[in-house]
Design a protein around this ligand. Structure first.
Ligand code: PEP
Ligand code: CO
Length: 459
Protein backbone atom coordinates (compact mmCIF):
# COMPACT_ATOMS: atom_id res chain seq x y z
CA UNK A 1 0.00 0.00 0.00
CA UNK A 2 1.42 3.46 -0.81
CA UNK A 3 2.58 5.39 2.27
CA UNK A 4 -0.02 8.14 1.87
CA UNK A 5 -3.09 6.03 1.07
CA UNK A 6 -6.23 7.42 2.71
CA UNK A 7 -7.26 5.60 5.87
CA UNK A 8 -10.95 4.60 6.03
CA UNK A 9 -12.80 6.84 8.52
CA UNK A 10 -13.96 3.95 10.70
CA UNK A 11 -10.43 2.78 11.45
CA UNK A 12 -9.05 6.15 12.53
CA UNK A 13 -8.28 6.02 16.23
CA UNK A 14 -8.49 9.36 18.00
CA UNK A 15 -5.06 10.70 18.90
CA UNK A 16 -4.03 12.72 21.91
CA UNK A 17 -3.31 16.05 20.30
CA UNK A 18 0.16 17.55 20.38
CA UNK A 19 1.87 19.94 17.94
CA UNK A 20 3.38 16.83 16.31
CA UNK A 21 0.45 14.38 16.45
CA UNK A 22 -0.25 15.17 12.77
CA UNK A 23 2.79 12.98 12.03
CA UNK A 24 0.60 9.90 12.67
CA UNK A 25 -1.79 10.86 9.88
CA UNK A 26 -1.37 10.82 6.09
CA UNK A 27 -0.07 14.24 5.07
CA UNK A 28 -0.96 15.46 1.59
CA UNK A 29 1.16 17.96 -0.37
CA UNK A 30 4.34 17.57 1.71
CA UNK A 31 7.73 17.76 -0.03
CA UNK A 32 10.25 15.00 0.36
CA UNK A 33 13.45 16.50 1.80
CA UNK A 34 16.50 14.50 0.83
CA UNK A 35 18.66 16.23 3.42
CA UNK A 36 17.18 14.84 6.66
CA UNK A 37 19.92 16.33 8.83
CA UNK A 38 19.44 19.76 7.25
CA UNK A 39 15.71 19.45 7.83
CA UNK A 40 16.19 18.78 11.55
CA UNK A 41 18.76 21.56 11.95
CA UNK A 42 16.46 24.12 10.36
CA UNK A 43 13.42 23.00 12.34
CA UNK A 44 15.42 23.24 15.58
CA UNK A 45 16.49 26.75 14.69
CA UNK A 46 12.94 27.74 13.78
CA UNK A 47 11.46 26.46 17.01
CA UNK A 48 13.94 28.54 19.03
CA UNK A 49 13.23 31.82 17.23
CA UNK A 50 10.84 34.39 18.70
CA UNK A 51 7.21 34.16 17.64
CA UNK A 52 6.02 36.51 14.88
CA UNK A 53 2.78 37.34 16.66
CA UNK A 54 1.64 37.00 20.27
CA UNK A 55 -1.35 35.15 21.78
CA UNK A 56 -3.08 38.42 22.78
CA UNK A 57 -3.26 39.43 19.12
CA UNK A 58 -4.69 36.05 18.16
CA UNK A 59 -7.32 36.46 20.87
CA UNK A 60 -8.07 39.92 19.54
CA UNK A 61 -8.66 38.48 16.07
CA UNK A 62 -10.96 35.86 17.58
CA UNK A 63 -13.00 38.66 19.13
CA UNK A 64 -13.16 40.47 15.78
CA UNK A 65 -14.25 37.30 14.00
CA UNK A 66 -16.91 36.69 16.63
CA UNK A 67 -18.32 40.16 15.96
CA UNK A 68 -18.16 39.63 12.20
CA UNK A 69 -20.15 36.43 12.59
CA UNK A 70 -22.90 38.48 14.27
CA UNK A 71 -22.86 41.08 11.47
CA UNK A 72 -21.25 43.77 13.61
CA UNK A 73 -18.00 43.82 11.68
CA UNK A 74 -16.79 42.66 8.28
CA UNK A 75 -13.59 40.76 7.53
CA UNK A 76 -11.63 41.54 4.39
CA UNK A 77 -9.05 38.83 3.75
CA UNK A 78 -6.76 39.28 0.78
CA UNK A 79 -3.35 39.30 -0.76
CA UNK A 80 -1.18 37.31 -3.11
CA UNK A 81 -1.88 33.74 -4.10
CA UNK A 82 1.81 32.98 -3.58
CA UNK A 83 3.83 35.56 -1.73
CA UNK A 84 7.46 35.48 -2.86
CA UNK A 85 10.66 36.38 -1.01
CA UNK A 86 11.32 38.95 -3.74
CA UNK A 87 8.11 40.77 -2.66
CA UNK A 88 9.72 41.65 0.64
CA UNK A 89 10.27 45.26 -0.46
CA UNK A 90 8.90 48.45 1.07
CA UNK A 91 6.76 49.50 -1.91
CA UNK A 92 5.29 46.07 -2.52
CA UNK A 93 4.34 45.81 1.16
CA UNK A 94 2.86 49.30 1.47
CA UNK A 95 0.95 48.85 -1.81
CA UNK A 96 -0.71 45.75 -0.38
CA UNK A 97 -1.59 47.47 2.87
CA UNK A 98 -2.84 50.51 0.97
CA UNK A 99 -5.26 48.60 -1.27
CA UNK A 100 -6.71 46.74 1.72
CA UNK A 101 -7.17 50.06 3.55
CA UNK A 102 -8.73 51.68 0.50
CA UNK A 103 -11.14 48.80 0.09
CA UNK A 104 -11.95 48.89 3.81
CA UNK A 105 -12.83 52.56 3.81
CA UNK A 106 -15.14 52.05 0.83
CA UNK A 107 -16.82 48.98 2.35
CA UNK A 108 -17.18 50.62 5.76
CA UNK A 109 -18.66 53.74 4.21
CA UNK A 110 -21.18 51.99 1.97
CA UNK A 111 -21.77 48.81 3.95
CA UNK A 112 -21.98 50.52 7.35
CA UNK A 113 -19.87 47.90 9.07
CA UNK A 114 -16.44 48.30 10.59
CA UNK A 115 -13.99 46.40 8.41
CA UNK A 116 -10.85 44.68 9.65
CA UNK A 117 -8.17 43.36 7.36
CA UNK A 118 -6.53 39.95 7.32
CA UNK A 119 -3.69 39.90 4.81
CA UNK A 120 -2.59 36.83 2.91
CA UNK A 121 0.81 38.15 3.83
CA UNK A 122 3.94 37.68 5.95
CA UNK A 123 4.01 33.90 5.52
CA UNK A 124 1.88 32.93 2.49
CA UNK A 125 4.85 31.16 0.94
CA UNK A 126 3.65 27.57 0.35
CA UNK A 127 1.37 26.37 -2.45
CA UNK A 128 -0.55 23.14 -2.92
CA UNK A 129 -0.23 21.84 -6.48
CA UNK A 130 -2.57 19.62 -8.45
CA UNK A 131 0.31 17.99 -10.33
CA UNK A 132 3.72 16.76 -9.18
CA UNK A 133 5.39 18.16 -12.30
CA UNK A 134 4.91 21.05 -14.70
CA UNK A 135 6.31 21.74 -18.14
CA UNK A 136 8.35 24.94 -18.52
CA UNK A 137 9.52 25.82 -22.04
CA UNK A 138 9.07 22.21 -23.09
CA UNK A 139 10.99 20.77 -20.12
CA UNK A 140 9.19 18.74 -17.46
CA UNK A 141 10.23 19.79 -13.95
CA UNK A 142 9.00 19.17 -10.41
CA UNK A 143 6.25 21.72 -9.67
CA UNK A 144 7.05 24.98 -7.94
CA UNK A 145 5.54 24.68 -4.44
CA UNK A 146 6.17 28.18 -3.16
CA UNK A 147 9.30 29.91 -1.88
CA UNK A 148 8.94 28.14 1.47
CA UNK A 149 9.73 24.85 -0.28
CA UNK A 150 11.57 25.31 -3.58
CA UNK A 151 12.47 27.97 -6.13
CA UNK A 152 10.37 29.04 -9.12
CA UNK A 153 13.53 29.02 -11.23
CA UNK A 154 13.14 26.48 -14.02
CA UNK A 155 15.96 24.04 -13.26
CA UNK A 156 15.88 20.60 -11.71
CA UNK A 157 18.22 21.72 -8.89
CA UNK A 158 16.17 24.84 -8.04
CA UNK A 159 13.01 22.77 -7.81
CA UNK A 160 14.51 20.42 -5.20
CA UNK A 161 12.88 21.05 -1.78
CA UNK A 162 15.40 22.86 0.41
CA UNK A 163 14.85 22.90 4.21
CA UNK A 164 16.89 26.11 4.61
CA UNK A 165 13.99 27.87 2.95
CA UNK A 166 11.91 27.47 6.11
CA UNK A 167 14.25 29.69 8.12
CA UNK A 168 14.51 32.10 5.18
CA UNK A 169 10.71 32.25 5.03
CA UNK A 170 10.55 33.03 8.72
CA UNK A 171 12.94 35.98 8.30
CA UNK A 172 11.11 37.29 5.23
CA UNK A 173 7.81 37.01 7.09
CA UNK A 174 9.37 38.81 10.07
CA UNK A 175 10.71 41.66 7.90
CA UNK A 176 7.37 42.00 6.11
CA UNK A 177 5.43 42.02 9.34
CA UNK A 178 7.84 44.47 10.92
CA UNK A 179 7.30 46.89 8.05
CA UNK A 180 3.52 46.46 8.21
CA UNK A 181 3.54 47.12 11.93
CA UNK A 182 5.75 50.19 11.49
CA UNK A 183 3.46 51.56 8.79
CA UNK A 184 0.38 51.05 10.94
CA UNK A 185 1.94 52.45 14.13
CA UNK A 186 3.56 55.28 12.18
CA UNK A 187 0.18 56.58 11.04
CA UNK A 188 -0.12 55.12 7.53
CA UNK A 189 -3.52 53.68 8.46
CA UNK A 190 -4.72 56.81 10.31
CA UNK A 191 -8.11 57.93 9.05
CA UNK A 192 -7.13 61.53 9.76
CA UNK A 193 -4.73 61.20 6.84
CA UNK A 194 -6.38 59.04 4.21
CA UNK A 195 -4.67 61.22 1.61
CA UNK A 196 -1.79 58.80 2.17
CA UNK A 197 -3.90 56.31 0.28
CA UNK A 198 -4.80 58.69 -2.53
CA UNK A 199 -5.26 57.32 -5.99
CA UNK A 200 -3.84 58.95 -9.05
CA UNK A 201 -5.83 59.39 -12.24
CA UNK A 202 -9.45 60.08 -12.89
CA UNK A 203 -12.05 57.48 -13.66
CA UNK A 204 -15.56 57.45 -12.24
CA UNK A 205 -14.54 55.02 -9.51
CA UNK A 206 -11.48 57.01 -8.52
CA UNK A 207 -13.52 60.21 -8.39
CA UNK A 208 -16.12 58.50 -6.22
CA UNK A 209 -13.36 57.14 -4.03
CA UNK A 210 -11.88 60.63 -3.57
CA UNK A 211 -15.32 61.94 -2.74
CA UNK A 212 -15.73 59.25 -0.07
CA UNK A 213 -12.34 60.13 1.39
CA UNK A 214 -13.40 63.77 1.58
CA UNK A 215 -16.62 62.83 3.37
CA UNK A 216 -14.71 60.54 5.74
CA UNK A 217 -12.36 63.43 6.54
CA UNK A 218 -15.28 65.78 7.21
CA UNK A 219 -17.03 63.26 9.45
CA UNK A 220 -13.87 62.74 11.45
CA UNK A 221 -13.32 66.48 11.84
CA UNK A 222 -16.91 66.71 13.08
CA UNK A 223 -16.46 63.90 15.62
CA UNK A 224 -13.11 65.36 16.72
CA UNK A 225 -14.73 68.73 17.26
CA UNK A 226 -17.55 67.30 19.38
CA UNK A 227 -15.53 64.76 21.31
CA UNK A 228 -12.32 66.77 21.58
CA UNK A 229 -10.40 63.82 20.17
CA UNK A 230 -8.19 65.70 17.73
CA UNK A 231 -4.81 64.08 17.45
CA UNK A 232 -6.00 60.65 18.53
CA UNK A 233 -5.01 57.98 16.10
CA UNK A 234 -8.08 56.54 14.43
CA UNK A 235 -7.79 53.65 12.04
CA UNK A 236 -10.06 51.77 9.71
CA UNK A 237 -9.72 48.57 11.67
CA UNK A 238 -7.05 46.24 12.88
CA UNK A 239 -4.62 44.49 10.56
CA UNK A 240 -3.90 40.79 10.96
CA UNK A 241 -1.90 38.19 9.02
CA UNK A 242 -2.82 34.79 7.64
CA UNK A 243 -1.55 32.01 5.44
CA UNK A 244 -2.43 28.49 4.38
CA UNK A 245 -1.18 25.97 6.94
CA UNK A 246 0.34 23.69 4.33
CA UNK A 247 3.90 22.73 5.24
CA UNK A 248 3.29 21.00 8.55
CA UNK A 249 6.86 20.76 9.92
CA UNK A 250 7.10 24.56 9.56
CA UNK A 251 3.75 25.11 11.27
CA UNK A 252 4.68 22.71 14.06
CA UNK A 253 7.92 24.61 14.70
CA UNK A 254 5.99 27.87 15.04
CA UNK A 255 3.49 26.38 17.49
CA UNK A 256 3.98 27.47 21.08
CA UNK A 257 2.22 26.70 24.33
CA UNK A 258 0.86 29.55 26.35
CA UNK A 259 1.66 28.35 29.82
CA UNK A 260 -0.98 30.56 31.48
CA UNK A 261 -4.07 29.05 29.87
CA UNK A 262 -2.44 25.89 28.52
CA UNK A 263 -3.53 26.77 24.98
CA UNK A 264 -1.41 26.10 21.93
CA UNK A 265 -1.11 28.88 19.38
CA UNK A 266 0.48 28.96 15.97
CA UNK A 267 2.46 32.16 16.38
CA UNK A 268 3.60 32.36 12.76
CA UNK A 269 0.36 34.16 11.83
CA UNK A 270 -2.84 35.34 13.46
CA UNK A 271 -5.09 33.13 11.32
CA UNK A 272 -4.41 29.90 9.41
CA UNK A 273 -6.52 28.20 6.82
CA UNK A 274 -6.69 24.69 5.42
CA UNK A 275 -6.89 24.40 1.66
CA UNK A 276 -9.31 22.46 -0.50
CA UNK A 277 -6.69 19.81 -1.29
CA UNK A 278 -5.64 19.10 2.29
CA UNK A 279 -8.83 19.17 4.33
CA UNK A 280 -9.37 15.36 4.46
CA UNK A 281 -10.98 14.60 7.81
CA UNK A 282 -8.50 11.86 8.67
CA UNK A 283 -5.53 13.75 7.24
CA UNK A 284 -2.58 15.39 8.96
CA UNK A 285 -3.66 18.99 8.32
CA UNK A 286 -6.95 18.64 10.16
CA UNK A 287 -5.18 16.79 12.97
CA UNK A 288 -2.73 19.68 13.36
CA UNK A 289 -5.32 22.44 13.14
CA UNK A 290 -7.75 20.91 15.62
CA UNK A 291 -5.35 21.62 18.48
CA UNK A 292 -4.51 25.27 17.99
CA UNK A 293 -6.40 28.24 19.30
CA UNK A 294 -6.00 30.49 16.24
CA UNK A 295 -9.02 31.21 14.08
CA UNK A 296 -9.14 28.50 11.40
CA UNK A 297 -10.38 29.01 7.87
CA UNK A 298 -11.61 26.02 5.87
CA UNK A 299 -11.80 26.24 2.09
CA UNK A 300 -14.82 24.41 0.66
CA UNK A 301 -14.72 23.48 -3.01
CA UNK A 302 -17.58 22.17 -5.17
CA UNK A 303 -16.91 18.56 -4.15
CA UNK A 304 -17.81 19.21 -0.51
CA UNK A 305 -20.96 17.75 1.05
CA UNK A 306 -23.02 19.00 3.98
CA UNK A 307 -21.87 15.89 5.87
CA UNK A 308 -18.20 16.80 5.24
CA UNK A 309 -18.78 20.25 6.70
CA UNK A 310 -20.56 18.86 9.75
CA UNK A 311 -17.74 16.39 10.40
CA UNK A 312 -15.03 18.97 9.90
CA UNK A 313 -16.70 21.30 12.38
CA UNK A 314 -17.10 18.49 14.91
CA UNK A 315 -13.38 17.76 14.77
CA UNK A 316 -12.05 21.30 14.48
CA UNK A 317 -14.47 23.04 16.81
CA UNK A 318 -15.80 20.60 19.39
CA UNK A 319 -16.48 23.42 21.86
CA UNK A 320 -18.58 25.41 19.33
CA UNK A 321 -16.53 28.48 20.12
CA UNK A 322 -17.47 31.80 18.65
CA UNK A 323 -14.60 33.49 16.79
CA UNK A 324 -12.89 30.19 16.02
CA UNK A 325 -14.11 28.95 12.62
CA UNK A 326 -14.27 30.72 9.28
CA UNK A 327 -15.89 28.76 6.45
CA UNK A 328 -14.69 29.86 3.02
CA UNK A 329 -16.71 28.32 0.17
CA UNK A 330 -15.02 28.64 -3.25
CA UNK A 331 -17.63 26.86 -5.25
CA UNK A 332 -17.48 28.57 -8.65
CA UNK A 333 -20.21 30.80 -10.00
CA UNK A 334 -22.17 27.93 -11.55
CA UNK A 335 -22.41 25.96 -8.31
CA UNK A 336 -23.40 28.48 -5.67
CA UNK A 337 -27.16 28.23 -5.97
CA UNK A 338 -27.13 24.45 -6.05
CA UNK A 339 -24.59 23.79 -3.30
CA UNK A 340 -24.39 26.65 -0.83
CA UNK A 341 -27.90 26.39 0.68
CA UNK A 342 -27.25 22.82 1.87
CA UNK A 343 -23.99 23.85 3.49
CA UNK A 344 -25.56 26.80 5.28
CA UNK A 345 -28.49 24.73 6.50
CA UNK A 346 -26.16 22.02 7.78
CA UNK A 347 -24.16 24.56 9.75
CA UNK A 348 -27.28 26.22 11.11
CA UNK A 349 -28.54 22.84 12.31
CA UNK A 350 -25.15 22.00 13.86
CA UNK A 351 -25.06 25.01 16.17
CA UNK A 352 -21.43 25.90 15.33
CA UNK A 353 -21.15 29.71 15.39
CA UNK A 354 -19.05 30.13 12.24
CA UNK A 355 -18.10 33.21 10.31
CA UNK A 356 -19.15 32.74 6.68
CA UNK A 357 -16.75 34.06 4.09
CA UNK A 358 -16.69 33.72 0.31
CA UNK A 359 -13.67 33.15 -1.90
CA UNK A 360 -15.01 33.99 -5.36
CA UNK A 361 -11.58 33.46 -6.94
CA UNK A 362 -10.64 29.78 -6.76
CA UNK A 363 -13.75 28.27 -8.33
CA UNK A 364 -13.61 30.53 -11.37
CA UNK A 365 -10.19 29.97 -12.88
CA UNK A 366 -9.57 29.00 -16.49
CA UNK A 367 -6.70 28.97 -18.96
CA UNK A 368 -6.71 31.28 -22.01
CA UNK A 369 -5.91 30.16 -25.53
CA UNK A 370 -2.43 31.64 -24.89
CA UNK A 371 -1.94 29.37 -21.90
CA UNK A 372 -2.32 31.96 -19.11
CA UNK A 373 -4.34 31.18 -15.98
CA UNK A 374 -6.98 33.84 -15.52
CA UNK A 375 -10.34 34.71 -13.92
CA UNK A 376 -13.09 37.00 -15.08
CA UNK A 377 -14.15 39.99 -12.99
CA UNK A 378 -17.82 39.48 -13.92
CA UNK A 379 -17.80 35.87 -12.73
CA UNK A 380 -16.03 36.75 -9.50
CA UNK A 381 -18.62 39.41 -8.80
CA UNK A 382 -21.48 37.09 -9.76
CA UNK A 383 -20.30 34.40 -7.33
CA UNK A 384 -20.17 36.97 -4.55
CA UNK A 385 -23.57 38.36 -5.43
CA UNK A 386 -25.23 34.97 -5.52
CA UNK A 387 -23.55 34.00 -2.26
CA UNK A 388 -24.97 37.06 -0.55
CA UNK A 389 -28.45 36.35 -1.94
CA UNK A 390 -28.36 32.76 -0.68
CA UNK A 391 -27.29 33.89 2.81
CA UNK A 392 -30.05 36.47 2.94
CA UNK A 393 -32.69 34.00 1.81
CA UNK A 394 -31.67 31.65 4.64
CA UNK A 395 -31.38 34.31 7.34
CA UNK A 396 -27.62 33.79 7.46
CA UNK A 397 -24.86 36.40 7.50
CA UNK A 398 -22.03 36.72 4.98
CA UNK A 399 -19.48 38.47 7.19
CA UNK A 400 -16.25 38.13 5.21
CA UNK A 401 -14.69 37.92 1.76
CA UNK A 402 -11.45 36.31 0.63
CA UNK A 403 -9.61 37.64 -2.44
CA UNK A 404 -6.38 37.20 -4.31
CA UNK A 405 -5.37 40.75 -5.09
CA UNK A 406 -2.46 43.13 -5.28
CA UNK A 407 -1.99 46.86 -4.94
CA UNK A 408 -0.21 47.03 -8.27
CA UNK A 409 -1.65 47.43 -11.76
CA UNK A 410 -0.96 43.92 -12.96
CA UNK A 411 -2.96 42.38 -15.82
CA UNK A 412 -3.91 38.93 -14.58
CA UNK A 413 -7.72 38.91 -14.32
CA UNK A 414 -10.05 39.81 -17.20
CA UNK A 415 -12.68 42.55 -17.22
CA UNK A 416 -13.45 45.27 -14.73
CA UNK A 417 -13.73 48.91 -15.71
CA UNK A 418 -10.44 48.67 -17.61
CA UNK A 419 -12.09 45.89 -19.65
CA UNK A 420 -8.92 43.83 -19.74
CA UNK A 421 -9.10 41.25 -22.51
CA UNK A 422 -7.13 38.05 -23.07
CA UNK A 423 -4.84 40.00 -25.36
CA UNK A 424 -3.97 42.46 -22.55
CA UNK A 425 -2.92 39.84 -20.04
CA UNK A 426 0.70 39.51 -21.13
CA UNK A 427 1.38 43.23 -20.39
CA UNK A 428 1.94 42.78 -16.65
CA UNK A 429 1.31 39.17 -15.76
CA UNK A 430 3.46 38.79 -12.64
CA UNK A 431 1.82 36.35 -10.25
CA UNK A 432 3.83 33.52 -8.72
CA UNK A 433 0.77 31.29 -8.91
CA UNK A 434 -2.91 32.28 -9.42
CA UNK A 435 -4.15 35.49 -11.13
CA UNK A 436 -4.94 38.42 -8.81
CA UNK A 437 -7.27 41.40 -9.06
CA UNK A 438 -5.22 44.53 -9.71
CA UNK A 439 -5.58 47.79 -7.80
CA UNK A 440 -8.36 49.21 -9.98
CA UNK A 441 -10.28 45.93 -10.07
CA UNK A 442 -9.93 45.53 -6.28
CA UNK A 443 -11.23 49.00 -5.57
CA UNK A 444 -14.09 48.50 -7.97
CA UNK A 445 -14.90 45.23 -6.24
CA UNK A 446 -14.96 47.09 -2.92
CA UNK A 447 -17.55 49.53 -4.29
CA UNK A 448 -19.72 46.66 -5.45
CA UNK A 449 -19.39 44.87 -2.09
CA UNK A 450 -20.32 48.10 -0.32
CA UNK A 451 -23.39 48.44 -2.53
CA UNK A 452 -24.43 44.86 -1.90
CA UNK A 453 -23.99 45.12 1.87
CA UNK A 454 -25.56 48.57 1.97
CA UNK A 455 -28.81 47.26 0.48
CA UNK A 456 -29.36 45.31 3.65
CA UNK A 457 -29.28 48.48 5.73
CA UNK A 458 -31.86 50.17 3.55
CA UNK A 459 -34.27 47.22 3.63
C1 PEP B 1 -5.37 29.43 -2.36
O1 PEP B 1 -6.06 30.04 -1.54
O2 PEP B 1 -4.39 29.94 -2.95
C2 PEP B 1 -5.75 28.05 -2.73
C3 PEP B 1 -4.88 27.20 -3.27
O3 PEP B 1 -7.04 27.80 -2.47
P1 PEP B 1 -7.86 26.44 -2.50
O4 PEP B 1 -7.27 25.58 -1.43
O5 PEP B 1 -9.24 26.92 -2.16
O6 PEP B 1 -7.74 25.85 -3.87
CO1 CO C 1 -4.57 30.80 -5.19
Amino acid sequence: MPALAPIPETRVEPLTWSPSSWRHRPAAQQPHYQDEEGLQTNLRQLSGLPPLVVPEEVEDLRAHIAEASFGKRFMLQGGDCAEQFADCKPDAISDKLRILLQMSVVITHGGRRSVFQVGRIAGQYAKPRSKETETVDGVELPSYRGDLINSAEATEAARRPDPRRMVEAYFHAAATLNHLRALVVGGFADLHHPERWDLQGSTRKIDTYCHILERVRESIDFVDAIAGTKGIYLRTGEFFTSHEALLLPYEEALTREDTGMGHHYNLGAHMLWVGERTRALSGAHIEYLRGIRNPIGVKLGPGVSAEDVRELLTVLDPGKEVGHMVLIPRLGVDNVRALLPKLIEAVQASGHPVLWSCDPMHGNGFVTAHGLKTRDFGQILAELNQTLEVHRALGSNLGAVHFELTGQEVTECLGGSQQLSELDLHQAYETGCDPRLNQTQSLEMAFLIAEMLGERVIR
